[in-house]
Ligand binder design. Structure first.
Ligand code: UT7
Length: 322
């Protein structure tokens, strides 16, 4: 049986840090409000000329080095993002060119905050089918370019970053199962009102900002994230005691706490980065994974449950042996 296994990880955060104190000078908010409602203390914001593909390249370089491979080994690139450099060509091809990766399949997936989970699940299927020998999988966003910096209800939440993973085939157990889902009836609760076939003329104007019904999203997020974790465990006949680390989408510390409570999972077994990264959408899970690996908490042989939830709504999980 072929499994796909994580051979290396990496992350990259833009240099500029925006603190809650900085935001207090921009909108009518306070450090106390942001911390108590979201847990967020700071977030990274990309520079004006920085592109999402630049963040991806920096994260991918680290993952490639960690995996002990070269760019020549890569034969698939999958990127989850909502904030690509361009509408086309897809960002995976831009990354391929920037990194000198030889011709191979390269595509991006748009599933909002669940983008990386969708990308990892897709790459897993390519590897297990035998089509792919080495996949570069990335979750990345420069979501702050979609922010209305006068809208205090959203501008305090989001940050930029990229997380990358190198995935290779292995006889040893790696990815155990993946579960993806979506329910388009919730579109109006969380969306960005500019696209190609609708409202293109509004791009860059005051009408183009993230539209979110925070309270409603919060409730569905908690319900879905606990159900998604349970689904992965049930499918494999496991219980939460069998999981060493839960790595959920980092949208809001209160969402993570409420999910943990519903699952009866101790917070000590949950990797948390929302405090220092903010909500980085598709980048949040791979960056949290990398943080846990780098600081030595996540070790080889441990069982990890990755999960995310985002606009659409979309959701998904990846259960794996690291
Ligand atoms: O990745 C998935 C996408 N997004 C999410 O997961 C977000 C999910 N939702 C949330 O995280 C929370 O709903 C928020 C953090 C967005 C908001 O927290 P909340 O506890 O649901 O607050 P609220 O929306 O009920 O607002 C409470 C009050 C309102 O004032 P009034 O109407 O009670 O007078 C808001 O106007 O807080 C006010 N408010 C703020 N005050 C200070 C909203 N934003 C701010 C702010 N600073 N930045």
């Amino acid at each position: 049986m072929i499994y796909s296994r994580i051979a290396g990880t990496g992350r990259y955060l833009p240099e500029r840090i925006l603190t809650n104190a900085d935001l207090e000078k921009m909108v009518d908010t306070s450090d106390e409000w942001i911390r108590s409602r979201t847990g967020i203390e700071q977030r990274h914001v990309a520079g004006e000329n920085e592109l999402t593909s630049d963040l991806c390249v920096n994260a991918a370089k680290v993952a490639i080095e960690e995996a002990g491979i070269t760019v020549e080994d890569i034969d698939l690139i999958v990127v989850g993002t909502t904030s690509p450099d361009l509408i086309f060509p897809n960002i995976a091809t831009i990354i391929q060119h920037k990194m000198g990766i030889p011709a191979c399949a390269a595509f991006s997936i748009e599933a909002a905050c669940t983008g990386f989970i969708y990308a990892l699940s897709s790459a897993d299927k390519f590897i297990r089918s035998g089509d792919t020998k080495c996949a570069l999988v990335i979750g990345a966003e420069i979501i702050t370019k979609l922010i209305d910096w006068d809208d205090r209800s959203t501008c305090v939440l989001f940050g930029d970053g990229a997380g990358a993973v190198v995935l290779q085939p292995s006889d040893e157990q790696g990815i155990i199962s993946t579960h993806l889902g979506a329910d388009g009836q919730y579109k109006d609760l969380l969306y960005y009102p500019v696209g190609v076939s609708s409202n293109l003329a509004a791009a860059g104007t005051g009408d183009s900002r993230i539209m979110m019904s925070g309270n409603e999203v919060f409730k569905v997020a908690v319900k879905t994230l606990s159900a998604v974790a349970q689904e992965a465990l049930d499918a494999n006949g496991l219980s939460l005691e069998d999981v060493d680390w839960l790595i959920p989408h980092q949208a809001n510390l209160r969402i993570i706490q409420a999910t943990a409570k519903r699952l009866d999972m101790p917070m000590e077994k949950i990797i948390q980065t929302v405090q220092i990264h903010g909500n980085t959408s598709a980048a949040s899970v791979p960056m949290a994974l990398d943080v846990g690996i780098r600081d030595g908490r996540i070790r080889r042989g441990q069982t990890l449950l990755l999960e995310a939830f985002g606009g659409g709504f979309t959701w998904g999980s990846v259960l794996l042996k690291y």
